[in-house]
Design a binder for this molecule. Structure first.
Ligand SMILES: C[S@@+](CC[C@H](N)C(=O)[O-])C[C@H]1O[C@@H](n2cnc3c(N)ncnc32)[C@H](O)[C@@H]1O
Length: 411
């Protein structure tokens, strides 16, 4: 009798415990969805999403790292669906559809909210899209604007996973860097000499404390450096330098190049100065210049350059797998705006290029108007003649896609 009571009591206790567990799980997952919704209600696409999320979590210190991770994932999943039923699908439904497409392993959130999807979460992406009735064209209704060489389907499919982290190893430290990565059991690949591909989210700054050994730079961005044909003693100008990624690459390829950098705001050049200090790059000149209009300044020297890099402001479409919020907020009107800016910036630097000098035009876009059509326009309207280069498709190796062409100024 006593035995039966014990068993029965234990069964009741167990049932109560499981009920409690289920309740608390429900609450936790539901609260993640509520928090993701709160992020989406406050976000308007103006700030990079990762900055907005940083501030959101800063204001909510009670959230642990697991909470932050899941809420972040959910919000990113939401944006990865791009323009598919953008204005008609309830937020919760979109969060779950995004989770189904982006996750590859069964997870608690789908188990609780959409168990029938959770069972199929391991299916390949095209099958999952078919199941939900989603097409590539619905996610990205701008296929007609893409560079002809781009594999549009692969491009859209790439939105559903976060690209990898790439570093470029500097100062002959390849062996030392690889040794550190092995010691920390990091699963890395070396797709090209000096280029290391790491799982996204790798805290590389804690693994490699010596900052001058490497720069974080996407594999496709590293590849643009193949077009910098600089020789010792030449004067080169990185006209849209930002934090100096291309300038560091140029100096690493040709340390004796005489370097000038410019960008539109002083704060950007301040940032570049810090990055150059970390990379031990010195002996350069920096100017704040708005290149959207013709400019002249008595201080700007040297007046003529052997090489100019125009890493132009652009839609950034080749990087949208990293920042899918930009895919979500993209509209065709941006194309015309960037096209005009790119034309103006490039034509305004050409007078500073020596005859026979080279100009490397770069974008991280995959739209023809910013890329191939821009090359045609520049050839028709300036003395620049395209020599080599084109689209760099990074999707196959979990990298960004870019476009880079080397021109020579006709003599
Ligand atoms: C694609 S980013 C350059 C990235 C950089 N070269 C690198 O490798 O890290 C484009 C840069 O162009 C600058 N820019 C935008 N409008 C400009 C203008 N009117 N004149 C000069 N620079 C401009 C932006 O501030 C931005 O830093």
């Amino acid at each position: 009798m006593h035995f039966t009571f014990c068993i029965f009591g234990e069964m009741l206790a167990q049932r109560a415990f499981h009920h409690f567990l289920k309740q608390s799980d429900m609450t936790r997952w539901e609260s993640y969805i509520v928090s993701a919704r709160k992020v989406l209600e406050g976000y308007d696409g103006k700030l990079p999403l990762h900055h907005f999320l940083k501030d959101f979590f800063k204001a909510r210190p009670q959230m642990g790292s697991r909470d932050r991770r899941w809420i972040t994932q959910l919000v990113y999943h939401y944006f990865r669906l791009g323009h598919w039923r953008k204005d008609s699908l309830p937020v919760e439904e979109r969060l779950l559809a995004g989770t189904f497409l982006c996750e590859q392993t069964p997870n608690e959130i789908l188990a609780l909210q959409k168990p029938e999807w959770n069972e199929k979460v391991t299916l390949p992406l095209p099958e999952k899209m078919k199941l939900l009735g989603i097409t590539e064209a619905a996610i990205f209704p701008f296929m007609g604007y893409l560079s002809a060489a781009l594999d549009g389907k692969a491009f859209v499919n790439s939105f559903f996973s976060q690209p990898r982290l790439f570093i470029r190893v500097r100062r002959q430290q390849q062996t030392a860097v690889e040794k550190r990565l092995q010691e920390k059991d990091i699963d890395f690949e070396t797709p090209a000499p000096g280029c290391i591909s790491l799982p996204n989210g790798t805290k590389i700054e804690t693994i490699l404390p010596e900052k001058s050994w490497y720069v974080v730079q996407d594999a496709s961005s590293q590849q643009t450096g193949n077009l910098f044909q600089a020789r010792a003693g030449e004067a080169w100008w990185d006209a849209c330098a930002a934090s100096g990624g291309k300038s560091i690459l140029l100096r690493d390829k040709c340390p004796e190049v005489n370097l000038t950098v410019s960008d539109i705001r002083k704060s950007i050049l301040d940032n570049l100065q810090h990055r150059f200090a970390d990379a031990r790059i010195d002996g350069y000149k920096g100017y704040v210049i708005d290149l959207s209009n013709p400019f002249s300044s008595p201080d700007f020297k040297p007046l003529m350059f052997d090489g100019i890099i125009v890493d132009a402001p652009c839609t950034g479409a080749g990087t949208w797998a990293r920042s899918p919020e930009n895919l979500f907020y993209f509209s065709e009107s941006q194309l015309r705006r960037f096209e005009m800016l790119q034309r103006n910036i490039t034509t305004n630097v050409v007078p500073y290029l020596k005859k026979g000098g080279q100009l490397v035009y770069i974008t991280c876009s995959v739209f023809a108007s910013e890329n191939e059509s821009m090359v045609q326009w520049l050839e028709a309207n300036t003395s620049l003649r395209a020599q080599e280069g084109g689209l760099i498709q990074g999707m196959g190796q979990g990298a960004d896609s870019m476009f880079a062409v080397r021109f020579v100024k006709e003599g």
